[in-house]
Write a protein that binds this ligand. Structure first.
Ligand SMILES: CC(C)(COP(=O)(O)OP(=O)(O)OC[C@H]1O[C@@H](n2cnc3c(N)ncnc32)[C@H](O)[C@@H]1OP(=O)(O)O)[C@@H](O)C(=O)NCCC(=O)NCCS
Length: 171
């Protein structure tokens, strides 16, 4: 298995992988056009010509970087692909001078093992303004906001779905 930048011919396979998990709300849906436009943000895991997984980085101003669209083919889960993919994205973000790396997830235990800590959604207003405020699930969101290497004490925030702060900006 190797990790590499996504190529134009990967776009359909990335779209299919993300679609597997967007049907039940695990991942935000991404259109083919959106993936094509942001292909440069993606890395993929490939073995013998098959795409096993994908993941992307999205940069905001001031060194804030989001890890998103992590998807491992259902028959390849628990084989270490997700861990390698996330570690590679972390390296890539850090080489790009990321000051703060975050994600929203319904698999917080997986990311906690990789060094992420739960934070309040309100600490990530950039994400809320970009995605959450337009999301139909914003008032019943069960995604957990997490930051890489967040300071001790962050675990005071709940990790169970449904208990995270609503991703709505005040006012
Ligand atoms: C979550 C996900 C990325 C993990 O990828 P993976 O390749 O299966 O993970 P790894 O094999 O590297 O896992 C290493 C360990 O992490 C933990 N882990 C893996 N998936 C987990 C999950 N969904 N929840 C909690 N812990 C998990 C396990 O302890 C696992 O060890 P094990 O296989 O011995 O049980 C993958 O299951 C996936 O694509 N899920 C659906 C989409 C998703 O939730 N994406 C993340 C949101 S951004």
């Amino acid at each position: 298995m190797r990790l590499r930048k996504a190529r134009a011919q990967d776009v359909s396979a990335i779209h299919r992988l993300i679609a597997v998990y967007s049907r039940d709300g695990t991942l935000l849906p991404r259109s083919l056009d959106d993936i094509q436009t942001h292909r440069g943000q993606f890395i993929v895991a490939e073995a013998e010509g098959r795409l096993l997984g994908c993941g992307a980085l999205h940069s905001y101003p001031n060194g804030l970087v989001e890890i998103r669209s992590i998807a491992i083919a259902p028959d390849c889960q628990h084989g270490g692909v997700g861990t390698r993919l996330v570690r590679r994205l972390l390296q890539k973000a850090q080489r790009g001078d990321a000051k703060r790396i975050f994600l929203f997830t319904r698999s917080p235990d997986f990311f906690a093992c990789l060094g992420f800590s739960v934070v309040p959604a309100a600490s990530l207003p950039e994400k809320i303004w970009k995605d959450c405020r337009l999301c139909p699930r914003r008032l019943c969101c069960d995604e957990i906001p997490m930051v890489f290497g967040a300071a001790a004490g962050a675990h005071a925030f709940p990790t169970q779905p449904g208990l995270a702060s609503p991703h709505v900006l005040p006012g």
